[in-house]
Design a protein around this ligand. Sequence first.
Ligand code: 1GP
Length: 238
Amino acid sequence: MILTSSIYTTLDLSAERGEKQLAVLIDPDKFLESEAECFLSGLPGDTTHIFVGGSTVAPDKTQKSVRAIKLFSDLPVVLFPGDHTQITEQADALLFLSLISGRNPEYLIEQQVKSVEKLRNSTLEIIPTGYILIDGGNQCAVHRISQTLPIPQNQVDLIINTALAGQFSGKKLIYLEAGSGAQIAVSEEIISAVKDAINIPLIVGGGIRTQQRLMKSYDAGADMVVIGTAFEQYGLSI
Ligand code: 1GP
């Protein structure tokens, strides 16, 4: 097996240099392949990655979506899967997520074990990621499906300790997730406290709908921001 780590290495280097990254999240379940060209050509010029994933995606739909994306974009396509069935060789990399804010073994290790059959001979770049669900003010799909509670935004120490536990366990990224369509995005206080504590790149997503919120997340210390709903709902007006 040839191991490459180019997407992670680039992300890590960018984080070190303070160069901010923007990932646009495509949920295959809501994505029309026939509109791929139009959607992708309208993405902001500073988009650096396409993330693909959703909570519940029909079989083969991820593969079809990634194939369509690849026809019209040269941006790295990174899987952000809700479960192991969404893993496809068509992408460039995989966020190998462990939901470390939760205590459900299904999303701490079971889904990961189930994915190994597909991954052991794969050329996908695998990026171990500590995924932390933060209360975004409304019940989100991750909460519902994983049956785990988000960490309240006022429990900053617990969030920091969870992020550090992820780093100490060998995760290469920490992802603070307020949930797709969150009413309240992850606060600047949390972003900055976690960023100060860890020394791996920090991703933040969920409920980021405006340019102002995007900039605040960057300024607080997010190395990469992930935006889905704002582009799905309002086109490219962010
Ligand atoms: C990625 O779930 C987020 O972390 C995306 O959230 O859809 O609210 O942008 P939005």
